[in-house]
Design a protein around this ligand. Structure first.
Ligand SMILES: [Zn+2]
Length: 402
């Protein structure tokens, strides 16, 4: 075994400690240093030293209003500083590409849709780079990096989109292309994993270390977070559930030829096809029009969406049986009309073995985000990277290292 130099080991430990402190503060909000020390099992002296460097670097701030609990010296809580740094997210979608700026607390500062009417990789990346530069120029936050997401098979380690059938991309070196035009660190990942990370950092799964984000829209996919980290699989392809066999048959065959694939039976396109066949919507209308009908009380539209929710519920029960997550967060169009999550829960409850389901009510939850959260979610890819190794991205912290 090759010996790792002591200085490198110390730097790894320091990095780990910074990360632990920042994650705990993001999770718990403003916390006194002594309470922080207890929560993460570190000495108060170490926490004071490390938070000192984080405060000097602008990542953490002292909350000016001290909390006075009982006797003794007032405690000055520390919190993540949202005023100094930010991260940018870009989501490449079929209908639009969105660029978002969020601060380190996950708050949306600005968003900018691209006006480019193309799905061609090169012009789209150029257009996105212009949006990013516009954000860098018009906002005071120091941007630490850019996260980019899209659907399909995205290899985060290679920075590549292996295949994104909806946009017609094959082996697209997205990280390198964006990196050529934007002078910031770039991280890419799939949209479902981006959504899972957003839920983890500032959504419906904050403080939950083992959960699944199940996205049901035009495509169907799962983002897995296990032990607090995204699980991508051996080939970065984990979570592609499009061809998972489910009960029911689609009115048109899946791209693979089968009529029992999850995406073909349970996706938005099938809901729209069924609504068209039933005369609920016209040929040029889509699933959003079915949602609108359901929200306005149309019984047949509601029924269609409830049937879909029940189907997704049985698939959710399968995921729970397979992976035993603490939580399944349901996102995408399916989560829009709220009562459908209740239908989904009921159907999952009926399918799960009594001793496996636990409290299904608490275990299946709607996404914290609306249908247009994909840009914010892309930013969460970069946010996750910053919280994992703050020294890598924040030069001031390397300078202030203790
Ligand atoms: Zn299929």
């Amino acid at each position: 075994m090759t010996a790792v130099p002591r200085s490198a080991q110390l730097s790894d430990i320091r990095q780990q400690n910074y990360s632990t402190i920042m994650r705990e503060l993001m999770r718990s909000g403003p916390t006194a240093r002594t309470d922080l020390a207890t929560a993460i099992g570190m000495s108060t002296g170490s926490v004071t030293r490390l938070t000192g460097a984080l405060v000097r670097s602008g990542l953490v701030t002292e909350v000016t209003e001290p909390t006075q609990r009982g006797m003794g010296r007032p405690k000055v809580p520390v919190a993540i500083d949202g005023s100094r740094y930010g991260v940018i997210g870009v989501h490449f979608g079929l209908h639009r590409t969105m660029t978002c700026l969020i601060d380190l607390r996950g708050r949306l500062i600005a968003e900018l849709p691209t006006t480019e009417r193309t799905t061609n990789l090169r012009p789209l990346v150029r257009s996105v780079a212009r949006s990013v530069h516009k954000m860098l120029d018009t906002h005071d936050l120091t941007v630490l990096g850019v996260g980019a997401s899209t659907g399909g098979w995205v290899d985060s380690a290679a920075g590549k989109v292996h295949s994104q059938p909806v946009l017609g991309w094959q082996d697209a070196p997205l990280a390198a292309m964006l990196g050529d035009l934007v002078d910031r660190p770039i991280r890419v990942d799939s949209q479902v994993r981006a959504l899972a990370l957003a839920e983890h950092w500032f959504g419906a799964a904050t403080g939950v270390d083992n959960f699944i984000h199940l996205f049901v829209g035009n495509v169907i996919g799962a983002g897995y977070v296990f032990n607090g980290s995204p699980y991508r699989g051996a080939h970065s392809a984990a979570g592609g559930l499009d061809h998972l066999p489910v009960a029911g048959r689609s009115s048109e065959p899946c791209t693979c030829g089968s009529r029992t694939c999850f995406a073909a039976v349970g996706g938005d396109l099938e809901v729209a096809r069924r609504a068209r066949a039933a005369g609920l919507i016209s040929g040029d209308q889509e699933v959003y029009d079915v949602f609108a009908l359901a929200v306005n009380g149309d019984a047949r539209a509601r029924r269609l969406l409830q049937d879909r929710a029940a189907l997704v519920g049985t698939a959710t029960a399968t995921l729970i049986e397979l992976l035993d997550p603490e939580l399944v967060v349901i996102g995408g169009g399916i989560a829009a009309p709220v009562d459908h999550v209740a239908v989904l829960r009921e159907s999952a409850r009926a399918k799960l073995a009594v001793d496996r389901g636990g409290d299904v009510e608490a275990r299946i939850r709607a996404s914290a985000f609306g249908p247009h959260a994909l840009g914010i979610a892309a930013a969460a890819i970069m946010l996750d990277a910053v919280y994992r190794s703050p020294e890598t991205f924040v030069a001031a912290l390397r300078a202030n290292a203790v």
